[in-house]
Design a binder for this molecule. Sequence first.
Ligand code: CP
Ligand code: NVA
Length: 310
Amino acid sequence: MSGNLKGRHFLSLRDFSGEEIRQMLDTARLLKLEHYAGRRQPLLAGKTIALVFQKPSTRTRVSFEAGVAQLGGTALYLGSNDLQLSRGESIADTARVVSRYVDGIVARVYAHADVVELAEHSRVPVVNGLSDFSHPCQILADLLTVEEKRGPMAGKKVAWVGDGNNVAHSWLFGGAKLGCHVAVAAPRGYEPSPEVVAASAEDARRAGGSVTVTTEPAEAARDADVLVTDVWVSMGQEKEREARLRTFRPYQVNASLLALARKDALVLHCLPAHRGEELTAELIDGPSSAIWDEAENRLHAQKALLTLLL
Ligand code: CP
Ligand code: NVA
């Protein structure tokens, strides 16, 4: 059921119904139109949003800061050395205190349990701005991007090729809720979490979609409407770099893989990208790429999200 999302945390797309996700996307579309018409809606006037970031960020940080400003609110960026967290104050105490000052918290963390704990002890909505487990804000923007260019998600085949990581998990959750056929191709040992696969397969079935996991990129890419990938080495995995580059080599998204997808297939990547590793330069900068609009849509999707939750 869609309706009032006020006061809810946004930790995982699995926590929201397909109708609620649709409400976020519809609101994002409206706010994007307002933005392009040069109108600034003061929907967050007088509100403060804390951005508690334990990891670096370009898109998430800048799009939240700019989005909050455009809606008349104030964003407060708190990097890893800015809080007493860095000197051992607990997540729970930080949440208890910070949530008495601000109207919403966006958190980027290593362990997903940290953003869950933050939410448990916060009086105000907590938004997951990326954890090791998931990246729901990104997929909201991705869904918005595909729908703007190709219409409703239901029935579309989305091929995730590469690491079964945090972004893959959110695609599984979000794609499933909207009735997509999500096909993941990942090397053995790097598949998405079995719990995520099981849960999203169940959600997908209910919504008329499906979830498959294979080790064969070609199988996932065949007839896909969307080809998505992400870095082979996520933040926090730097020590595994050499081994990962070797393992993932056959999973590069390139012209021969794209040739198996539908003619009008879109290529997505949450960025930052490593041209020549997970995705060729030819594709990222080519006509099938929706990557720059995808990055822009973080702004509109997150403005919608904050407007609905706060
Ligand atoms: N896609 C994404 O979340 O990018 P940043 O790490 O730059 O925020
Ligand atoms: N999987 C990547 C996404 C970055 C936006 C990471 O966690 O580093």
